[in-house]
Design a protein around this ligand. Structure first.
Ligand SMILES: Cc1cc2nc3c(=O)[nH]c(=O)nc-3n(C[C@H](O)[C@H](O)[C@H](O)COP(=O)(O)O)c2cc1C
Length: 212
């Protein structure tokens, strides 16, 4: 065993410690700023950084939503009831408003309305898109995976990508121009720092779309 390490067995570790460790270790995390709609038609916005893309044919995204006071967060309840959500990219330009939508608004209160966040209609799902996000992805719920007592992974298939001309040239997304923000251990965020160019050494995936 090398000297100078603290070894903490995870078995039996309390929730707060495990959460704090993971949030500090798995960084930087991209942020899904999710729009969803309740059964009563209330538009809900909230950020989630336990998030990534998990498949590309068909394209799928996954987000882990923790429980709150033993119940579902508004986003989770809306996704389970409607089977739909939109993932909007969080950026330096929209970070302040994105952050404010993480406050615990009542389910009948719309973060979009309360904070004056402009929305755009979606084309494939009911939840609207967030206008100040340069990329919005409309998703249909594919799978719900319960993980232990407190977490649920929602896997959504992307039905449509909406890409601002500011960051999309017709072929590629310019990630640097997109100026995404990432989550570090709370309460910190990070912007892109140095970027490094290296030739791609593996063959990119090709083939017919699986959902054609
Ligand atoms: C940057 C950021 C990332 C977050 N990531 C997550 C996450 O991955 N999972 C989660 O359950 N909550 C996460 N939260 C907390 C939720 O945003 C917060 O619980 C929010 O109130 C949920 O809103 P809702 O009840 O409208 O769904 C995050 C908060 C912030 C500020």
């Amino acid at each position: 065993m090398p000297e100078g390490f603290t070894t903490l067995p995870a078995s039996g570790m309390d929730t707060a410690t495990a959460y704090r460790l993971l949030c500090g270790i798995v960084v930087p995390r991209p942020i899904a700023w999710i729009s969803s709609v309740s059964v009563d038609g209330v538009v809900n916005l909230a950020p989630f950084s336990s998030y990534n893309y998990v498949a590309h044919s068909p394209p799928m995204l996954a987000v882990n939503i923790g429980s709150r006071s033993g119940g579902l967060k508004d986003t989770a309840r809306n996704i389970e009831a409607s089977g739909e959500f939109v993932v909007n990219v969080a950026t330096e330009a929209n970070m302040e408003l994105m952050h404010q939508t993480s406050a615990e608004f009542a389910p009948q209160e719309s973060e979009a309305q309360a904070l004056g966040i402009a929305l755009l209609p979606s084309t494939h799902v009911k939840p609207p898109r967030i206008a100040i996000s340069p990329v919005q992805m409309e998703c249909r719920l594919q799978q719900v995976v319960r993980l232990g007592a407190l977490n649920t992974l929602y896997i959504g298939e992307v039905l449509a990508f909406h890409l601002s001309n500011q960051v999309f040239d017709g072929k590629q997304i310019d990630s640097i121009k997109m100026r995404p923000v990432a989550r570090l251990g709370g309460p910190y965020y990070a912007a892109l720092g140095d970027t490094f160019l290296r030739p791609i050494l593996q063959t990119p995936p090709v083939g017919k779309p699986a959902n054609a």
